[in-house]
Design a protein around this ligand. Structure first.
Ligand code: PRP
Ligand code: MN
Ligand code: MG
Length: 181
């Protein structure tokens, strides 16, 4: 972005780690006994969350990725979800957990979970680290949510603004500051 901005910390790395521990206890209870859980990360935003999540999850799992994009480099959802890269493996008859960084308008997870459901998995659940319910345009709720947040433009922990700031270890909010026009 050409507009200058600063990033204010919103959710610390410590708070995220504590929430992931609690979420993993619930996920473990749901999938306890499974021998076939496939954890699916939606690229690119979920790459940090899925890495922390699977290392906290004491279950036999496989990891796969799917890339869907709606935002590109902009700040607005295009509302047209494109599948840029599909899963490597088949999920028919398998337990599947879809991992997402944020549910905003809901178009991305709504589209992806419908697509995956059409492949007849045994169980299909979803988890999003962040949820912005005030922005919802389609009726979608993840099975697990890390944090409900207000309508702020957030970055970090995998989430980008114009492809930057994904590597911040915390969730921050973008605050535009005055600068030369
Ligand atoms: C972002 C974010 C979610 C999606 C949420 O992805 O990572 O996947 O938008 O928005 P929605 O609920 O309005 O659909 P983006 O399309 O920017 O791709 P990226 O993960 O590669 O950054
Ligand atoms: Mn994404
Ligand atoms: Mg993005």
């Amino acid at each position: 972005s050409a507009r200058p901005y600063v990033i204010d910390e919103m959710i610390s790395a410590k708070a995220i780690a504590a929430r992931i521990e609690a979420l993993c206890r619930e996920i473990h209870d749901e999938f306890d006994g499974t021998d076939k859980l496939v954890v699916v990360g939606l690229l690119r935003g979920s790459f940090v969350f899925i890495a922390d999540l699977v290392r906290e999850l004491d279950l036999p799992i496989e990891v796969d990725f799917l890339e869907a994009s709606s935002y590109g480099d902009g700040m607005e959802s295009s509302r047209e979800v494109r599948i840029l890269k599909d899963l490597r493996g088949a999920i028919e008859g398998r337990d599947v957990l879809v991992v997402e960084d944020i549910v905003d308008t809901g178009h991305t997870l709504n589209h992806v979970t419908r697509l995956l459901a059409s492949r007849n998995p045994a169980r299909l659940k979803s988890i999003a680290l962040l949820d912005k319910p005030s922005r919802r345009e389609v009726d979608f709720k993840a099975d697990w949510t890390g944090f409900e947040i207000p309508d702020e433009f957030v970055v970090g922990y995998g989430i980008d603004f114009a492809q930057r700031n994904r590597n911040l270890p915390f969730i921050g909010k973008v605050r535009f500051i005055d600068g030369p026009a």
